[in-house]
Design a protein around this ligand. Structure first.
Ligand SMILES: Cc1cc2nc3c(=O)[nH]c(=O)nc-3n(C[C@H](O)[C@H](O)[C@H](O)COP(=O)(O)OP(=O)(O)OC[C@H]3O[C@@H](n4cnc5c(N)ncnc54)[C@H](O)[C@@H]3O)c2cc1C
Ligand code: SF4
Length: 494
């Protein structure tokens, strides 16, 4: 255990951020480095509990609690407190191939399950995790280590998001020749073309991809499995295939006026923005601009928050985020006890920035969009809404009831739909004859990951639906283990 009285001596101090108004004018990382001494104090707050619920990732009440990659959290908290950074890094990499991605962007379900969090602010676990890996890169401890021997087996991974990258890393470590096919021009999946630059800079993704390449993994960008690389070639060229294509089929709002110009899926807005930013610093103009516009973001989740942060940087005229739910309270409700993920009101980076620029939190709660109205050029000019409240019917099913008299008209020249995803795109799954489940995800048992087709595995969002980076890494690792067992008859992969 770190410092026995650490949790009483030191306050929780999460990773520091730049001032919201100042950072909202550029695309750099919105945080600033944590000092080494501060990271040690945060590690010292860990009580090394007998049953460290923080590291046992699972789902309770439909929400993730604890760390899905089973990070050895109390061990590395202690090692950081003792100043044994290299040993802490080894512990981190044992369970997580990419702690730099989770250290920057994981919502930290571990912290919701931290025992200290029952009556005190929890240990700043994610910040300590990030401090360890950043120190590792700074000190030059993270280097390419190609496998000493090759097995002669060839594996294709479809998709280069966190699931595909973790799976590729593990299978390469086991000595297989791994090729990653990615339909986009850059590697990284939603790490690159979903999460914006200021939250997870591309150079962080690229740094890891360069290491994986130096270790012997082949990356084929601009290559879509099923079209650019035929399914018959996939079967012929490889001994096994792992499908990690994500779950980015858009969910839509089929209401009056949906066809108007100026209404876009959030993912198109975010993807084009990052691509133009990385290609030309936004000089090519190949993106959907929010500049000077009244912007409405429909959807109260993380994708919506990323749209806020991007719109603010475009210098939009006004910014509103619709959330269909009620505003949450500041503390857990009785029905949401520890160690469940705390369902409480949060102010994320994009909301802080919108608040700093426009003087108020951009969210409007319990708002349902009823129709879009356009101008004479077929461009959206208004969004019509009504407030709704959640109720339960006699069968216990949740329904939403409109509240008469709450109709409202909002001016808007740009509307961004951030209401989630309805599963994986089906193209490659259909072409290969992969069975899907009732939610249209690739059907494969969790922990086994083998689909109905011999030698074809599935992992990440493509198997479980849109989720988190940390679950994608967990699934990529497990699919790699099962794929290795399939190829070799036994496996040493964790
Ligand atoms: C806007 C946004 C923000 C998010 N923010 C966070 C966050 O802050 N923290 C967090 O933990 N999670 C976040 N998530 C969720 C997280 O990004 C995903 O759960 C995670 O990336 C899933 O990883 P994956 O590897 O399964 O799929 P993806 O990251 O979606 O990668 C799949 C890849 O497969 C490629 N592909 C698909 N089909 C083919 C094909 N036929 N041939 C070749 N390539 C193909 C796709 O182009 C894509 O690059 C966010 C999601 C979105 C949409
Ligand atoms: S990966 Fe996420 S859940 Fe796991 S320790 Fe890091 S922040 Fe916590």
């Amino acid at each position: 255990m770190g410092k026995p009285t650490g949790f009483m001596d030191y306050e929780r101090q999460p990773w520091p951020e730049r001032e919201p108004a100042e950072r909202s004018t550029d695309w750099h990382d919105y945080t600033i480095p944590m000092l080494e001494d501060e990271a040690k104090k945060q590690g010292a707050r860990c009580m090394d509990c007998g049953v460290p619920t923080c590291h046992m990732g699972t789902e309770l009440n439909g929400m993730t609690t604890g760390c899905p990659v089973y990070h050895l959290i109390p061990e590395w908290n202690d090692l950081v407190y003792q100043g044994q950074w290299k040993e802490a890094l080894e512990r981190e990499h044992k369970m997580n191939n990419f702690p730099e991605f989770t250290g920057m962007a994981c919502p930290a379900p571990c912290e919701g399950a931290c025992v200290l969090g029952i009556n005190e602010p929890p240990v700043a676990i994610r910040s300590v995790e990030r401090a360890i890996i950043e120190k590792g890169f700074e000190e030059g401890w993270v280097t390419a280590t190609p496998p000493p021997e090759r097995t002669g087996k060839k594996v294709a991974i479809v998709g280069s998001g966190p699931a595909g990258l973790a799976c590729a890393d593990q299978l390469n470590k086991a000595g297989h020749q791994v090729t990653v096919l990615e339909r986009h021009d850059r590697i990284g999946g939603l790490l690159t073309y979903g999460i914006p630059e200021m939250k997870l800079p591309y150079k962080v993704v690229e740094r890891r991809v360069n290491l994986l390449q130096a270790e012997g993994i082949t990356f084929l960008p601009n290559t879509e499995a099923g079209t650019d690389y035929s399914t018959s070639a996939l079967r012929k060229d490889f001994d096994a295939v792992v499908l990690c294509g994500g779950a980015t089929k858009h969910r839509d709002i089929p209401i009056e006026g949906r066809e108007l110009k100026g209404i876009h899926y959030a993912m198109d807005f975010l993807h084009l923005n990052t691509k133009s930013l990385l290609d030309s610093g936004l000089k090519d103009g190949d993106y959907i601009s929010a500049k000077g516009k009244d912007v409405i973001v429909i959807g109260g989740g993380d994708t919506g928050t990323d749209c806020l942060a991007t719109s603010v940087r475009h210098e939009c005229k006004s910014l509103t985020q619709f959330d269909i739910h009620e505003k949450k309270g500041d503390t857990r409700l009785d029905g949401n006890p520890w160690p469940q993920w705390p369902v409480v009101h949060r102010i994320e980076y994009g909301q802080k920035e919108a608040g700093a620029v426009f003087g108020a939190d951009p969210r409007a709660y319990m708002v349902q969009t009823t129709r879009f109205v356009g101008d004479e050029n077929g461009h959206v000019k208004e969004v019509h809404t009504i407030n709704v409240k959640e109720e339960f019917d006699e069968n216990g099913n949740k329904t939403r009831k409109e509240i008469p008299g709450t109709e409202k008209v909002w001016p808007a020249q740009l509307v961004l739909l951030a209401i989630g995803f309805s599963g994986p795109e089906q193209g490659v799954l259909e072409a290969l004859g992969i069975e899907t489940d009732e939610r249209s995800n690739a059907k494969a048992e969790y922990g086994k990951h083998h689909t109905n087709i011999d030698g074809f595995f599935a992992a990440g969002d493509m198997r479980r639906g849109q989720s988190l980076i940390v679950w994608a890494i967990n699934e990529g690792r497990q699919a790699a283990r099962e794929c290795d067992r399939y190829l070799m008859g036994a496996t040493n992969l964790p």
